[in-house]
Write a protein that binds this ligand. Structure first.
Ligand SMILES: [Cu+2]
Length: 147
């Protein structure tokens, strides 16, 4: 159950992205109350290597936060951060729900883990994404590649 090197690296990248975004206020407190929504979520920043970076979260509820974001054509580094305490999620671009197929995915995201994928956004349009485990429960979202 402990992180593989890949997942550890993904977590480090996510932490670095947070530091770059200059966001604070994560007190790491426990408890059952929902954590405040991080305003940097879904906001695209450009990394030092010129790659667009965006982070979304998935809590125990069957949602992505936010469930939509926009990128420009080019390379994208997407981090999906689980804030779930129990639920196992995943992330994929829904087959047939976009103008082009994006095959990169996160097959398994255990509670509390983060994982990062990098892909090329080439064709302008709306790309559906989902957690395939909870697709029937409506855990879906949309990435828009702007013109
Ligand atoms: Cu899910």
């Amino acid at each position: 159950m402990n992180g593989s090197p890949t997942r550890v690296r993904a977590a480090a990248l996510a932490a670095a992205a947070l530091l770059l975004a200059g966001c604070g206020g994560d007190d790491g407190g426990g408890g059952d109350s929902a954590p405040p929504v991080d305003p940097s979520l879904g906001t695209v920043t450009t990394g030092p290597d010129g790659v667009q970076e965006v982070t979304i979260e998935t809590p125990d509820d069957y949602v992505f936060v936010p469930d939509s974001f926009e990128v420009a054509p080019g390379p994208v580094r997407l981090t999906v951060r689980s804030t779930a305490e129990q639920m196992v999620h995943n992330f994929r671009f829904t087959p047939g729900q976009g103008p082009a197929e994006i095959e990169e995915d996160i097959p398994l995201l255990e509670p509390g883990e983060s994982a990062t994928i990098e892909f090329e956004a080439t064709t302008v349009g709306d790309y559906g994404f989902d957690c395939s485990f909870h697709l029937q429960l409506g855990q879906v979202g949309t990435m828009t590649v702007t013109g």
